[in-house]
Ligand binder design. Structure first.
Ligand code: GDP
Length: 433
């Protein structure tokens, strides 16, 4: 068994196929730990032909014997968690004894969903494009130091009652016409706490002991670097640190525990929601990528915006996260295109940009500088060896690696576990031997 703990996270704007990669690598680990986000994430995993969509529970749950951890950096909607657990049970997967939820994780309360919808409506045309699941308002309450944590449900009842009353009256002040009653909410929280009790743990302690015992842990990111609250395209971002820093704060593990960082990137670019996207395509080509890649949100069904691979973005991601390697997904979606392009820099009114800008106005004004390469007509779908790829596809990967500054250790050629190339001699192999 591997002793290297690695982080697997999104190198673009999310939906890169992290679920498949985490699922693929899980047999090398004894625990998989989610460090941020909420049930707005949607990981789709195909295991032996069966489709599983996971929102909150790490994709490692599909492997017997692997412990799945939900960290303190995650915000938990207990009802969404129960729904996911019940659905997994219906599909023959039991979580008991294998699921741990941090006692320090904050709760998403029913009115956080309402506040989410309200805040988006107030922004009008400047809306963020959230999934309206209350994730942002739950993080706001956490940072505002009025959040309710899971340990609060299991502790002193009088203190919990006071917290719930104060929270509900604050919310009633924000939503003028609202007269929410705190009593049913308190009851709901208490019963949720009872159902969660067997899973609630000090996950930092669990992970420290696991690692001390020489067992390996995989840290699983949700969303992605360009959606990170600090390093993403603010304000069109998620409310947590999806980049590697979130591992330490969201799980209570020290930086030296992270032995490797694998960035997951698509062979092109997509994003769901609002905000500038320099390589965005429109028309037939965009439709072709959207249909070919089934680019519709796993959580909301929203069509994703599609564009060419942006090496400026992935270079930036590599710097922020210290990426050791990329898992390049969905190469097969580019099959049959007469030519493929990748963006290596941006042209702006003030000159050429080779680094990703912080100012969204600069990003919106950026014109991609493209390199055009020949496409390939032979299918890459299901390829398991580099030699099985058409020469033009290999040239594209080589150029993409050079422009991004990160080697592709894994190349995914389809949604199933088996449709994968693991490059011989890559760092990923060294992590598992
Ligand atoms: P995640 O949130 O990063 O896990 O990504 P999603 O689950 O939202 O989207 C990834 C989708 O792409 C899923 O439906 C996967 O089954 C699918 N997928 C992953 N890798 C590949 C691949 O190499 N080729 C194709 N065609 N689909 C893939």
């Amino acid at each position: 068994m591997s002793k290297t703990n690695i982080a697997v996270l999104g190198a673009q704007w999310g939906d890169e196929g992290k679920g498949k990669i985490v699922d693929l690598l899980t047999p090398n680990f004894s625990a998989v730990a989610r460090y941020q986000g909420g049930h707005n994430a949607g990981h789709t995993v195909y295991a032996d032909g069966t489709k599983f969509v996971l929102h909150l529970i790490p994709s490692g749950i599909l492997h017997p014997g692997v412990t799945c951890v939900i960290g303190n950096g995650v915000v938990v909607d207990p009802l969404a968690l129960f729904k996911e657990i019940d659905e997994l049970a219906r599909m023959g997967i039991a979580v008991d004894g294998r699921l741990l939820v941090s006692e320090k994780a904050h709760m998403i309360l029913p009115y956080h969903r309402e506040l989410d919808v309200l805040s988006e409506a107030r922004r009008g045309e400047r809306k963020i494009g959230t999934t309206s699941r209350g994730i942002g308002p739950a993080y706001e309450d956490k940072v505002g130091r009025r959040g309710i944590r899971i340990c609060d449900l299991l502790g002193d009842r009088a203190a919990l009652q006071q917290e719930v009353r104060e929270n509900v009256s604050a919310r009633n002040r924000i939503i003028k016409e609202s007269t929410l009653d705190w009593k049913p909410l308190l009851e709901q929280l208490i019963s949720s706490g009872e159902r969660m009790r067997p899973w609630v743990a000090d996950v930092s302690l669990f992970l420290a002991r696991t690692m001390q015992a020489g067992k390996a842990v995989m840290f699983e990111g949700a969303q992605a670097t360009l959606l990170d609250i600090d390093h993403g395209t603010y304000p069109f971002v998620t409310s947590s640190n999806a980049s590697v820093g979130g591992v330490c704060t969201g799980l209570g593990v020290p930086p030296r525990a992270i032995g490797g960082v694998l960035g997951v990137a698509k062979a092109y670019t997509t994003r769901v929601g609002e905000g500038p996207l320099p390589t965005e395509l429109s028309g037939e080509l965009a439709d072709r990528l959207r249909e070919g890649g089934q680019e519709y949100g796993a959580s909301t069904g929203r069509p994703r915006r599609c564009g060419w691979f942006d090496a400026v973005v992935v270079r930036y991601s590599a710097r922020i996260n210290g990426l050791d390697a990329l898992a390049l997904t969905k190469l097969d979606v580019l099959d049959g295109l007469p030519e493929v392009r990748l963006c290596t820099g941006y042209r702006t009114p003030n000159g050429t940009l080779s680094e990703f800008p912080a100012d969204l106005r600069a990003l919106a004004a950026a014109e991609p500088i493209y390199e055009t390469l020949p496409g390939w007509s032979r299918s890459t779908k299901g390829a398991t060896r580099l030699e099985g790829l058409p020469p033009a596809a290999r040239r594209y990967i080589d150029r993409l690696e050079e422009a991004s500054g990160v080697p592709c250790a894994i190349i995914s050629t389809g949604s199933d576990r088996g449709e994968t190339i693991v490059r011989p001699g890559s760092i990923v192999e060294s992590w598992f031997t």
